[in-house]
Ligand binder design. Structure first.
Ligand SMILES: N[C@@H](CCC(=O)N[C@@H](CS)C(=O)NCC(=O)O)C(=O)O
Length: 133
């Protein structure tokens, strides 16, 4: 009888543990998406990148930083290498598979290729200028 009680107690403990794990897993995406939404709302120009503006950790991110620096406006960077959930979450949030990712005034702009094309056409400078007015 004692061993049956022990077995049931152990089963209930496992069930409670699994229930908590499922709840935690369900909470992560919600919290990350909220966190990203807040970061984008709090910053006029925000670049999700690898590394930071002083030390980019990938060529695409370095290119994005150089383009923004050339536009002359202050910008915020989020280093996705510091947080795997943000690294994954920003791809889901933007429905865009790669890093870097640029947001201006809450609007998703794109990665470094798109930024370079816009810069060549004078559009990135214009967008940033109009945002500052
Ligand atoms: N065409 C994209 C290419 C960017 C790209 O390929 N990024 C890769 C290497 S940094 C990436 O995000 N890989 C997925 C990851 O590292 O999570 C751009 O110009 O931004």
């Amino acid at each position: 009888m004692a061993s049956l009680t022990t077995a049931i107690t152990e089963h209930l403990r496992v069930i409670e543990y699994l229930r908590k794990m499922i709840m935690i897993r369900e909470e992560i995406p919600v919290n990350i998406q909220d966190k990203i939404k807040q970061q984008i709302a709090d910053n006029n120009i925000v670049l999700y990148m690898k590394g930071n503006a002083e030390l980019p950790m990938c060529g695409f991110s370095a290119r994005a930083v150089n383009l923004l620096k050339s536009c002359g406006a202050p910008f915020t960077t989020i280093d996705v290498l510091q947080d795997e959930d943000v690294r994954h979450g920003i791809k889901v949030y933007s429905n865009w598979p790669t890093i870097p990712q640029l947001y201006i005034k809450g609007e998703f702009i794109g990665g470094s290729d798109i930024m370079a094309e816009m810069y060549e056409a004078g559009e990135l400078q214009q967008l940033i200028k109009s945002m500052q007015e």
